[in-house]
Design a protein around this ligand. Sequence first.
Ligand code: 4NP
Length: 154
Amino acid sequence: MIRILFVCLGNICRSPMAEAVLRDKIIKAGAGDRIVVDSAGTGNWHMGSIPHPGTRKILSREGISFAKIRARQVIPEDFQRFDRIIAMDRSNERDLYRLAAPSERDGQKIFRFMRLLDDRPSADVPDPYYTGRFDEVFRLVDRGTDVLLRQLLR
Ligand code: 4NP
């Protein structure tokens, strides 16, 4: 079993979108019994919340389920439980390194989402909580999860 965790700040916009999109692709690829996906936030403000309306709107448009997704905060056990912990931006990555025990600070395990894209337009997946640009996030998430899924299925 391979376990993937996406991490952003609030766990209501970017990381739940990445979780829903990757899970949908995994199921369509018939790999649902081999790869597990989850998401979490470094902050605790939205614990228990369903995804942001902007994320829900995009996922609904794409026909992707988000029914079971609720926001939660990163916990210390996540660093042992997950094989890859993927930060949506540089500040999330910094926070994850701070939260991880020294032995868990491994660039193969903890890395930024945009490292998946060779022709990345920026270092970060921009935060749509502030920009309102959920479409832009979806395009990046869609491309990045394609690359990630190909790696996982190899
Ligand atoms: P996310 O966006 O990290 O992509 O879920 C945010 C959601 C909430 C907040 C910040 C970013 N907030 O400050 O509450």
